[in-house]
Design a protein around this ligand. Structure first.
Ligand SMILES: Cc1ncc(COP(=O)(O)O)c(C=O)c1O
Length: 376
């Protein structure tokens, strides 16, 4: 029987050997693998500075802390995305201002951003949903005019390339106003279990983040604190796993690209669903493979068929206006129309697994279940 899971991290002998070395070294909290991981990933990405953190949620929390924003300042976000960046914006006393998504790629609709910008807007938070990509060029132009920060969440797209550049490399915009980050959660492309990394080309931002990450302490003066901070540090044990994954980077990318290609080729296209439309110059390394169905019923039936024995696939996110605790209409900047496409995505998106343990017969199984649903 096929025993498929949506999350199934591939940890090889290399990761286990390096983890053992980390344990035996006695460096369990800070340690050399943390520095190695930061250096290696920033070199690969061609970004000047990499700052590891203990998860992706804390990456955005730390970034927001570092920007000196005031209570009530506004941050543009997509109205359909993973929740944690939105929670961190709210916890910081800032206001998330949702902008609807486009249905052809489930990314923020750049044409609707400008009308949401006012004097209180301080940043645009880009979240590349499911490994497709926002229109970065347009967003940079909009942000430049208003001198906004760009924060780029690459958790679901890391290791993807646009032209020959890795997404999240912070190029093409004022370096003191551009920060990217990624989660290394067990479901992601680079895995440490819990973990993440912030990337920037700005020495100023990087130094600030390193101090904040460590209780507000500069590394050369023990027990002297310069500012309010916290413990956002990644452990050396987990960094050893992430570093090992980077040594297997080519293999990880290749496999993910192959899985994406397999789905695109083997899902028989018909009018009942659509796949993502990516720009031609983009080669995706996706976190999950989204399908947008025309009808909620089809999405739910297929989810039931695939998830009979275990969780093979997942539904899409909830449109932010559907999560009542966010109280998204309170700021009066948002209205129903900001969630039109996001609500369609909530009802009609299904996400297929993309992890590196997937075998060909398992991919065939998934595609055949979907194909036969529509063709029998
Ligand atoms: C886009 C995005 N941002 C942030 C996060 C949060 O990362 P973490 O789970 O490491 O806190 C996730 C998922 O895990 C995510 O998919």
């Amino acid at each position: 029987m096929i025993n498929l899971k949506f999350v199934d991290p591939l940890i090889t002998r290399l990761e286990k050997e390096n983890l053992k070395k980390a344990i035996n070294s006695g460096w369990l909290s800070a340690g050399p693998y943390v520095n190695k991981l930061e250096k290696k990933l920033s070199n690969i990405m061609d970004v000047k500075f990499g700052i590891t953190v203990n998860n992706g949620t804390n990456a955005i929390f730390l970034i927001l802390m570092s920007l000196n924003l005031k209570r009530g300042d506004e941050v543009i976000v997509p109205s359909f995305c993973y929740i944690s960046p939105i929670h961190m914006i709210k916890i910081m006393g800032l206001k998330p201002v949702p902008v609807d998504i486009k249905l052809d790629n489930l990314q923020i609709d750049t044409d609707q951003i400008s009308k949401k910008i006012n004097k209180k807007t301080k940043a645009i938070l880009l979240i590349h949903n499911y490994g497709s990509i926002c229109n970065l060029q347009k967003i940079k132009k909009i942000a430049h005019k208003k001198k906004l920060f760009i924060i780029e969440d690459t958790s679901e797209v890391i290791l993807s390339k646009q032209n020959k550049y890795f997404v999240g490399d912070c190029r093409g915009y004022n370096k003191d106003r551009y920060i990217s980050y990624a989660s290394f959660h067990a479901s992601k492309t680079i895995i440490t279990g819990e973990g993440g990394m912030i990337m920037t080309n700005s020495k100023k931002i990087s130094s600030n983040l390193k101090i904040l990450r460590n209780h507000g302490q500069k590394s050369n003066r023990p027990y002297f604190y310069h500012m309010m901070g916290g413990n956002f540090r990644l452990s050396n044990l987990l960094a050893s796993i992430g570093y090992s994954q980077l040594l297997r980077l080519k293999e990880i990318r290749k496999k993910k690209i192959e899985i994406n290609f397999f789905y695109e080729k083997n899902l028989v296209k018909n009018e009942n669903f659509s796949l993502m439309t990516d720009p031609l110059n983009f080669s995706p390394v996706r976190w999950g493979f989204p399908i947008l169905f025309k009808k909620l019923n089809d999405r739910n039936n297929i989810m039931k068929i695939l998830n009979k024995n275990s969780t093979v696939c997942r539904p899409g996110f909830y449109s932010l206006n559907k999560l009542k605790h966010l109280n998204i209409y309170e700021n009066k900047i948002s209205s129903k129309s900001d969630f039109k496409n996001a609500e369609i995505a909530t009802n009609n998106v299904l996400v297929l697994p993309m992890h590196n343990k997937l075998k060909k017969n398992e991919l065939k199984f998934i595609c055949s279940k979907i194909n036969s649903y529509f063709h029998n």
